[in-house]
Design a protein around this ligand. Sequence first.
Ligand code: PXG
Length: 290
Amino acid sequence: MKVYIDGKFLNERDAKISVFDHGLLYGDGIFEGIRAYNGRVFRLKEHIDRLFYSAKAILLKIPMSHAELMRATVEACRKNELRDGYIRLVVTRGVGTLGLNPNHCKKPSVIIIADKIQVYPAELYARGMDIVTVPTVRNLHSALNPAIKSLNYLNNILAKIEANNAGVEEAVMLNAEGFVAECTADNLFIVKDGKLLTPPLSAGALYGITRQTVMELAAQLGVPVSEPNLTRYDLFNADEFFLTGTGAEIVPVVKIDGRVVGTGRPGKITKRLVTEYHSLTKVSGEPIYE
Ligand code: PXG
């Protein structure tokens, strides 16, 4: 595998960064997780836009333009002959001193890894997922804004550990007010009385690109979408429930905190959205090979 670091493609074993990089020392940096389907990068512009949003939010100047970063991402796929896979884009604050002052970091580093993707087993999509709510609450906007996709993912990792300890793969995280925010690496939606509901970004949800895509698909299907604050009880009493994310795509949820959601099987609207999403991933995105 060839890994892009600061303008060069390096062999996997030579793809290394300094122990003085503040991305490592302090989680001072940002990232994106992107999919390639059938030789095309899905929603590339949206991912690069979100990366620049995260960068601006932490006063990190990415040493490349949007267009250059898009080209480098596509090039990383081409160099690795990756038609279907997962692309991790990382921008770190760069090499600094042991003190946390970012002003000592003169040059941010840009890393692009284009790799195979590990997806959930097909059976899980057919049957639906069992998840739990965890005690770790989502970061406050005033502490570390959840809209920033930063390298500091401990909030999510602690929640993920709690999910794993409970024997499940994903966890619903509440915000400090007790409203539903999102999962550790996925946004969430419920269906109630034919309408789609998802927590607002202000509740502590990431501006998910899959979330946005699902909202566009719902509009095309004539399914109304709104973004009210939701409680756990809205999830318990939902007709349908599903998660969205680049890696997971759309996963039905059939049980939360031991309670069966809806019929206990993936719902009709969820399945319709899955079908539409699949037709989108087959054709859309920036071409890589042609
Ligand atoms: N919320 C959080 C906290 C996330 O990290 C999403 C929602 C979904 O967003 P997208 O834009 O992907 O629809 C994410 C996704 C992985 C992985 O390996 C994915 C994410 C983070 C870490 C790992 O699948 N982000």
